[in-house]
Write a protein that binds this ligand. Structure first.
Ligand SMILES: Cc1cc2nc3c(=O)[nH]c(=O)nc-3n(C[C@H](O)[C@H](O)[C@H](O)COP(=O)(O)OP(=O)(O)OC[C@H]3O[C@@H](n4cnc5c(N)ncnc54)[C@H](O)[C@@H]3O)c2cc1C
Length: 386
């Protein structure tokens, strides 16, 4: 099922999927569903991408879980939430959001966040597809460049990471799907879109998120959008769990730890906090969790879940918070079937982008759950509309 590419040679298939995060996982599943032959390429030793390292919150609309809780949600409410958020952030960034693609999930006016018990479940859910007879997956293998004939993309050149053999070519009869995620781990590429001081902040993600897809797709004429939307995040064990709060140097909570991420940055840091103030912060958070309120009166942080875990059991950990980058929002402008378009809006034959490599949907990131959810949906949409 997962092959070592060190003995591989030139080959042909229907579809090549580069990257196996949420976008790549569902793109492979979609290709299998349509009966196509697919070769998937993953630079890491295993499939799953950043989904395995993520907090695991996924946003979807009008789900069985929402209905069971009596929550009313719809694509319309979701779209209105997206529009509100884009409007809010547009003074900060020149954001462009593809309304055509916008029929997807997120958190805002309705609780749409669904959590997996264990993020290993994301790749596990797709193992059956990857085990199918029409799928070949090369791990520890990196796509290096696109094969372009005329103006059409015809395949990829790939190489084993251990460098045992020279690169080989995979020709794709139906197209190449770029699902290589973002460019968080590539400070040089980030510095083209961020101030130099910001572009060197650490990335908390797989080190293979170097923007390879964004770079390769440009060689075929793909049009990148939203590249300067690189939201800072304060690196904390988990921003979303209830048994974690953040306090400032005075030992006092200062913001809603569950978002929006932008507010966290300038105030973050814990050093030598006064014990009494810290104890008060912990006590008032625990009091809120013990109440029936859903909104913390101090900061507006929302705790929807029924299981309200308090900070009261040893061992209790503290971590200094530093600013970094968890994900990026820039990627290709695409058609509704995720086909990459050029600067004139014309689709490029044989080239598709999904997940964080597609740029039209990702600016909704601060709603939570839309990167994983968006990745899973866009990978599938790509197939169903082709
Ligand atoms: C700590 C953390 C917590 C997060 N929590 C959440 C959350 O709770 N909810 C949410 O919605 N989002 C969350 N995210 C964001 C989410 O994980 C990503 O946005 C999402 O995984 C992107 O999916 P993707 O398929 O586009 O790419 P990725 O998951 O980034 O996967 C890309 C894959 O492509 C591979 N690749 C890259 N270049 C090449 C190449 N040249 N050749 C072959 N393979 C290549 C990489 O190795 C990687 O496996 C979190 C991210 C982090 C880092």
């Amino acid at each position: 099922m997962y092959l070592d590419s060190s003995k591989a040679t030139d080959q042909k298939t229907d579809i090549v999927v580069v990257g196996t995060g949420p976008g790549g996982l569902s793109a492979v599943a979609g290709a299998v569903y349509s009966g196509a032959q697919v070769v998937s390429i993953e630079a890491q030793p295993r499939i799953g991408g950043n989904s395995v390292w993520s907090t695991g919150w996924v946003a979807f609309v009008d789900t069985a879980m929402q209905r069971a809780e009596g929550l009313q949600d719809s694509e319309e409410i979701f779209l209105a939430d997206c529009e509100k958020l884009i409007e809010k952030h547009s003074p900060q960034y020149p954001i462009s959001w593809d309304v055509e693609l916008g029929k997807r999930p997120l958190q805002a006016s309705v609780n749409r966040l669904h959590a997996v018990e264990d993020t290993e479940m994301f790749p596990q859910a797709f193992e059956q597809d990857f085990a199918g007879p029409n799928v070949k997956t090369y791990v520890n293998t990196t796509a290096q460049e696109l094969i372009i004939e005329g103006r059409a993309v015809k395949g990829v050149v790939v190489k084993a990471n251990n460098g045992t053999i020279s690169a080989f070519r995979i020709h794709a009869r139906k197209g190449v799907i770029l699902a290589t995620g973002g460019y968080q781990a590539n400070p040089a590429l980030r510095s083209r879109y961020q101030l130099r001081t910001e572009s060197s902040s650490p990335a908390i993600c797989l080190d293979t998120c170097r923007g390879d897809g964004q770079l390769m797709g440009q060689t075929a004429g793909g049009d990148l959008i939203n590249m300067c939307v690189i939201p800072p995040v304060v690196i904390v064990a988990s921003a979303m769990v209830q048994e974690a709060i953040a306090v400032n140097a005075q030992g006092v909570r200062f913001h809603n730890e569950a978002g929006p991420y932008y507010d966290r940055v300038e105030l973050a840091g814990i050093i030598d906090v006064p014990a009494k103030a810290l104890a008060n912060s912990v006590r008032s958070w625990n009091d809120f969790l013990a109440s029936s309120e859903t909104k913390d009166p101090q900061t507006g942080r929302v705790a929807f879940s029924e299981e309200r875990k308090r900070i009261d059991k040893a061992p209790i950990y503290a971590a200094r918070m530093v600013t970094g980058v968890g994900l990026t929002c820039g990627g290709f402008a695409t058609t509704r079937s995720m086909q990459v378009v050029n600067a004139l809006g014309r689709p490029i034959e044989g080239l598709f982008a999904v997940g964080d490599t597609a740029g039209g949907f990702t600016p909704t990131e601060s709603m939570g759950g839309t990167h994983l959810g968006g990745g899973f949906v866009l990978g599938w949409v790509q197939n169903s509309r082709r």
